[in-house]
Design a protein around this ligand. Structure first.
Ligand code: GLN
Length: 543
């Protein structure tokens, strides 16, 4: 029978529930268990697809094309749990299905209410995750206990435990144990209050994971245990990690979280093997190379807006045992100050995806700089479209070439909507989304990196390379090294006579994992390492 773990958070938001849930998932998998991961978000948007990256960080895209919360990125990077549409529900989606059922008369004239109709719908999306091939489902509840919005979800998980038997469910609650400088003390009161709030609505947590800056003393642990009605061993310390997020699972093992979970749920677990992860940390701690990559974007100041991009660069760094310094560069700053000033000194330049016109010219300038100076360049989605615009203007002589997304009247719409897409006006649900195949050109750099003749990668965009210009670009030296299998859509472009210039219409960053760096990111970082080492080679005396 499938067991359920529910992860809630209290005191403040941004405690890292996603990372902790993902780490627990990974530890249980490392004990031979079959794990599934799910996130329930209390906001009303139907999905995060239309939310600004400033509000919500990046939108994480799954193989099936669903646009999900970025915590699902943690789940995929840490575990091998297959993720689908069923793994992320919002209040908006839950209400939408209940209202659709009501319109179809499914409730037989009854008054439709939060309890039981909304809570039943929530319970049904939770139980859908279980099955014969699943030992444990970890469901993270977004938001913070005490928010009005989260109440139906908390009520639903309370009922769920009643329905399936309390012994089959584990409630894990994350809280903050802050350090007060003036008193030189850790404070347990916020944790007591937050657990108090949970208990008021009928949930007694089994395990408390306490986020803290300083270690929690035996005494404080006992105090938390006493006031929160849990055994001392169930008060788990999770100290801030400033070195790497990949330390989190190891520290949870040190605090015996996995052991406790397995014991409490009576899971048929094997002994823990996390050698690949300790090896990974070893490589991270003992770098053999150093390099710097500039990520030139519109949302550079927001640390979660390009989350998976930063992660994928780090994975490639770990793959090559290299320490990567990532510089976040605002593309609009390049427009003001110039590429030379902001980008010289970097060993590689990456332009990520995005929407909207602001900063486009800065990205184009950054790409020109990378192309002309022979700096390794990696363009992703909008980054590829900008590379096409730059090449059109500066190499093919297509004056004012642009994407019709930004200039409807451009004489050369080198990036445009394909005919069949042109009548689309509604936002949301109109994009090319999810996993699609790309055929790789023989002899190309892309194919060398992938070691395959075709690959599946995830998409999230509306605009495409305009095929009317393909021949002209080819004549000027651009290589179309990846296309859709019928050849109709351009997926990858690259340049010869450049150390590494590759740009893709899809989002490879969503398929990179710490233990398996994405081949294109690995190739890009390798080229940047090479450039870095050439730069730092001492000049021989007498030359
Ligand atoms: N705005 C571009 C498009 O819709 C690129 C999207 C992206 O980078 N994800 O095609």
């Amino acid at each position: 029978m499938t067991k359920n773990i529910f992860v809630t958070g209290g005191v403040v938001s941004s405690l890292g529930k996603g990372l902790t849930s993902a780490s627990l998932g990974m530890l249980l998998e490392s004990r031979g268990l079959r794990v599934r991961m799910q996130k329930l978000d209390p906001y009303i948007n139907v999905d995060p697809g239309t939310m600004s990256p400033y509000q919500h960080g990046e939108v994480y895209v799954l193989d099936d094309g669903s646009e999900t919360d970025l915590d699902l990125g943690h789940y995929e990077r840490f575990t091998s749990s297959p993720l689908t549409r069923d793994c992320n529900y919002t209040t908006g989606q839950i209400y939408m299905s209940v209202i659709e059922k009501e319109r179809k008369g499914r409730f037989l004239g009854k008054t439709v209410q939060v309890i039981p109709h909304i809570t039943n719908e929530i319970k049904s999306v939770i139980s859908r995750m279980g099955g014969d091939d699943v030992d444990v489902v970890i469901t993270e509840i977004g938001g913070t206990v005490g928010d009005i919005e989260s109440l139906p979800f908390l009520e639903a998980i309370r009922q769920y435990a009643q329905d399936v038997g309390r012994e089959n469910v584990l409630f894990m609650h994350l809280t903050l144990v802050p350090y007060l400088k003036a008193a030189d003390e850790l404070k347990t009161k916020p944790t007591q209050h937050s657990v108090g709030q949970l208990r008021e609505i009928g949930i007694q947590p089994d395990i408390l994971v306490c986020r803290c800056e300083h270690s929690i003393s035996r005494e404080d642990r006992d105090k938390i245990a006493l006031f929160c009605n849990v055994p001392s061993e169930a008060v788990i310390e999770e100290k801030d990690k400033d070195f790497s997020i990949y330390e989190v699972p190891i520290s949870l093992v040190d605090n015996r979280l996995d052991e406790l979970v397995v014991k409490k749920l009576g899971l048929p677990s094997q002994s823990l093997d996390i050698t690949p992860w300790t090896d990974l940390l070893h490589r991270l701690r003992n770098p053999r190379h150093e390099l710097s990559i500039a990520v030139v974007g519109k949302y550079a100041e927001h640390k979660d807006a390009y989350k998976s991009i930063y992660e994928a660069i780090d994975h490639a760094g770990m793959h090559h045992q290299a320490q990567v310094r990532i510089g976040r560069v605002q593309s609009s700053d390049i427009e003001r100050e110039g590429a030379e000033r902001l980008l010289s000194g970097y060993d590689g330049i990456l332009v990520p995806g995005g929407f909207g016109e602001r900063g486009i010219e800065g990205k184009v300038q950054a790409i020109r700089f990378a192309r002309e100076r022979g700096i390794p360049f990696f363009g992703i989605c909008l980054g590829m479209q900008c590379a096409v615009i730059e090449y059109g203007r500066d190499v093919c002589g297509l004056e004012k070439a642009h994407s019709s997304e930004f200039d409807k009247d451009t004489p050369h719409p080198v990036i445009c909507l394909l005919d069949e897409q042109q009548n689309v006006t509604q936002m949301g649900g109109t994009m090319r989304l999810g996993s699609q195949p790309t055929q790789l050109l023989e002899g190309s750099r892309a194919r060398q990196c992938y070691h395959a003749d075709s690959v599946n990668e995830r998409h999230r965009h509306r605009y495409e390379f305009n095929n009317d210009y393909r021949q002209q670009y080819r004549d000027h030296g651009m290589i179309f090294s990846g296309t859709s299998p019928d050849g109709g859509l351009v997926e990858i472009i690259e340049l010869e006579n450049h150390p590494w210039f590759v740009a893709v219409q899809y989002h490879p960053e969503f398929k990179s994992k710490p233990l398996k760096a994405h081949p294109l990111f690995a190739g890009f970082v390798e080229a940047a390492i090479e450039r870095g080492s050439r730069k730092s080679q001492p000049v021989a005396v007498g030359e």
